[in-house]
Design a binder for this molecule. Structure first.
Ligand code: F6R
Length: 250
């Protein structure tokens, strides 16, 4: 275990302020680098941020027309046109409203007969190429769907969701955990770390334990997000509710 914590923590009072800060970061980044390759997650943490991006796009203040967007992960086992897929979510919340050409939206082929090949193909498309990686975090500190125990050198692959993660995601399936897929295809930890800049977003007290672990600075596979400590250009934008570690350096 190492304790060399190189993460930058920006703490805001509310989740609304977090969404404003994250959207400002994304807009600033894209304005400076319109041709950026950006990876976006789904989930409730980023929904307010995406709402702001949509509103800015509507008012001509933000556009992804020259960018390329990559899905962080995707369920395996949903029907092709499922509205619960992460692809559907990103099409509705990012691609259409923010002017991203559909051909510039990249996602893994989770309907392939050969999912290992589909994972390798997606890895090849992404690795080393991302300019900006946006992440949420699970209450067990997963990033993407790299659950505790995932090796830090893992690449894009099929991963098994933990019961805890499936329960957390059951809110998107009418509260029925049995409807939540068991598997997904996710960028690996090394794939995530290959991005030039990473922004991890956390809000709410359910994330406090994971954030406390990151603040402690231990780099350990039981805490997948601690891989970010080795990255060198990772910013955490979090709210007070998820920030339980008291500052002692003053
Ligand atoms: C989703 C993803 C996950 C979520 C995490 C937090 O694409 O990769 O790691 O970011 O599970 O989910 P929410 O934001 O719903 O709490």
């Amino acid at each position: 275990m190492q304790t060399n914590n190189s993460l930058q923590f920006d703490v805001y009072e509310s989740d609304t302020e977090v969404a404003e800060a994250v959207s400002n970061e994304i807009i600033g980044f894209v304005n400076q680098n319109p041709n950026s390759k950006i990876s976006f997650p789904t989930g409730s943490t980023l929904s307010k941020t995406y709402e702001i991006l949509r509103s800015k796009a509507q008012h001509g203040k933000f556009s992804l027309e020259n960018a390329e967007v990559f899905l962080l992960d995707e369920y395996v086992g949903l029907p092709k046109e499922s509205k619960d897929s992460y692809l559907s979510y990103i099409i509705e919340n990012i691609q259409k409203p923010c002017g991203l050409p559909i051909g510039s939206l990249h996602y893994p082929d989770v309907h392939s007969a050969d999912l290992n090949q589909a994972s390798n193909d997606y890895e090849e498309l992404i690795a080393g190429g991302l300019d900006l990686q946006i992440l949420g975090i699970g209450s067990n500190a997963h990033i993407g769907f790299n659950e505790p125990g995932t090796p830090f050198d893992s690449k894009t692959r099929i991963s098994e969701l933990t019961r805890e993660t499936r329960e957390a995601n059951s809110k998107y399936f009418g509260g029925n955990v049995d409807l939540v897929p068991h598997r997904c295809l996710t960028q690996g930890l090394s794939t995530i770390l290959s991005a030039k800049k990473i922004i991890l977003v956390a809000t709410g007290k359910s994330k406090a334990k994971a954030i406390a672990g990151l603040k402690e600075g231990k780099i350990d596979e039981s805490l997948p997000a601690s891989a970010l400590i080795t990255h060198g250009n990772t910013q955490l934008i979090i709210d007070e509710a998820s920030n339980t570690v008291k500052q002692t350096n003053n």
